[in-house]
Write a protein that binds this ligand. Structure first.
Ligand code: ATP
Ligand code: MG
Length: 470
């Protein structure tokens, strides 16, 4: 029985759960829902199934944030839902679900699930759908597969935090609160559903999600939800690196990276995402030209500002920032061993990337541009002759230039290099040559550069071009 509430957050006695907030007592309207998500909800409803919106979209709306994506849950099985939409695909192994595609928008439809861990074994034995192939756990108790369907109440209990277990019912437009999420939103707190230790054991990524929501929503983490995190952080070692990579992008690349970074370190989680960077930060290593913590904070702040300003950021840029201090340290070590500047850099980059992929996988389409950004940090100071023009057309020039500005903003003195490149990009061609001449003068220790012989401009073969550049 769902109890009806008289106001959004209800009086204390009406907070007995579950709580139903009728349409006229809340502000979440169909205008707040993506038209495609509405189509999916209506289609399921018309076919006789229960259909709800759940998770982030209700939470964010109630907190006053524009919902980002709309997740649908239903009592239709994935196969039944798939059959209703010609534009849908069945996906997933760990969690089987359906993606309904409308142009670039994907509406995710999942089936009510039960948390098999929370059940008594005898009870779960009776479940018709419970077969070995439906559930699986690792030796660490982490849920690997969870395809046991259940009721909406069971579905609510297997979700992570109370405010993520709010359901919007398309049948009567009410909001249904099964775990006390409305009261927690009012208290601005993140509270895990059930026993925190057990829930982190089942899925350690929930610890990262608690931090992500704390930073994103500016909520506190309720004491019992926060208490086991430091001690259980090491369980992240058992999460596949590819999943952690995706999680890092959400943690640090969603506009609240600076705050998230601080919280991750405070809770001892950062170490499991960026082991080398964490060790380096803890060691207090610094050099005249790099203050690792100031640099990372500056990089995250710039990324946050870009995202909040509606501009895009690339995952490789974020990763290049987070690993640069380690690259700088290793680079110094390889140079001390006698390697020249660029080979030392390549070795350092390889070493740092190899260590990092063991923690969070980095797809090659990201590691290649990361190397290019680092490489260009050593090439951008060398702007003589034709090089400046070549560098300007490098596909990674813009990212490397932004990266260089972050180094300067964080206190690294590069002799006005950022300003020089800024002027160079904006200057007309004749003034660009003046800028290069001035850089040449500086290279020659203030002496006037030798008058350059002007060569006639003509197309050269790539070989001739290369030999001229050397
Ligand atoms: P956002 O999309 O803003 O990042 P969200 O809450 O919608 O936040 P999703 O990752 O889209 O996050 O997940 C959708 C819902 O699925 C969540 O609201 C939560 O109810 C449930 N969920 C996601 N991940 C977990 C998890 N690891 N354990 C339990 N429930 C989860
Ligand atoms: Mg979501």
């Amino acid at each position: 029985m769902v109890r009806k509430a008289t106001s959004l957050f209800g009086s204390d006695e009406s907070r007995q759960l579950p709580l139903e907030i009728p349409r006229d007592k809340h502000t979440f309207s169909r205008k707040n829902i993506s038209p495609n998500a509405l189509k999916v909800l209506y289609r399921l409803h018309e076919a006789g199934f229960d259909a709800y919106l759940v998770g982030g979209c209700i939470r964010d709306h109630l907190i006053g944030i524009e919902p980002k994506d709309f997740d649908v849950v239903t009592n239709a099985t994935p196969e039944e839902a798939h059959a209703l939409f010609s534009n849908s695909r069945l996906i997933g192994r760990r969690f089987k679900l359906v993606h309904v595609t409308y142009g670039r928008e994907i509406i995710e439809v999942s089936t009510f699930r039960a948390n098999t861990a929370a059940q008594h074994p005898a009870e779960s034995d009776q479940r018709k759908s419970l077969k070995d192939k439906d559930t699986a756990r690792s030796s660490h108790g982490i849920i690997l597969r969870d395809n046991v369907y259940g009721s909406i109440e069971e579905d609510a209990e297997r979700r992570d935090f109370t405010f993520n277990a709010l359901y919007y019912n398309i049948a009567d437009f009410s909001i249904n609160d099964y775990c006390g999420g409305l009261a927690d939103i009012e208290k601005r707190q993140i509270r895990i559903i059930g026993d925190a230790r057990q829930r982190y054991q089942e899925d350690p990524v929930r610890m990262l999600r608690a931090i992500r929501f704390a930073a994103k929503l500016n909520f506190s983490i309720e004491p019992e939800t926060a208490a086991p995190i430091k001690e259980m952080a090491h369980l992240l070692d058992h999460i596949p690196p590819a999943r952690l990579f995706e999680e890092v992008l959400k943690l640090l690349g969603s506009g609240n990276g600076t705050e998230t970074f601080k919280l991750l370190r405070e809770y001892g989680l950062f170490k499991y995402l960026f082991p080398d960077t964490d060790a380096l930060l803890k060691s207090g290593w610094q050099r005249k030209d790099i203050d690792p913590e100031a640099f990372i904070l500056q990089g995250l702040q710039n990324t946050d500002e870009r995202i909040q300003g509606g501009r895009s950021t690339a995952p490789y840029f974020l990763y290049a920032i987070l690993l640069w201090p380690s690259v700088a340290l290793r680079h110094e070590e390889f140079e001390k061993q006698g390697l020249p500047e660029l080979p030392a850099l390549h070795q350092a980059a390889t070493m740092v990337l190899d260590n990092q992929v063991a923690a969070t996988a980095i797809p090659r389409r990201f590691s290649t541009p990361m190397r290019e950004i680092w490489d260009l940090q050593f090439r951008l100071p060398k702007r003589y002759g034709k090089r400046a023009f070549t560098l300007l057309h490098h596909p990674r020039f813009r990212a490397a230039f932004d990266f260089l500005l972050i180094r300067e903003q964080s206190g690294t003195d590069l002799g006005g290099l950022g300003n020089w490149w800024n002027d160079f990009q904006q200057a007309p061609e004749n003034q660009q040559r003046d800028l290069i001449n001035r850089a040449d003068e500086r290279k020659a220790g203030g002496e006037a550069p030798k008058a350059k012989r002007r060569r006639p401009r003509r197309r050269k073969s790539s070989n001739a071009k290369r030999s001229q550049e050397q």
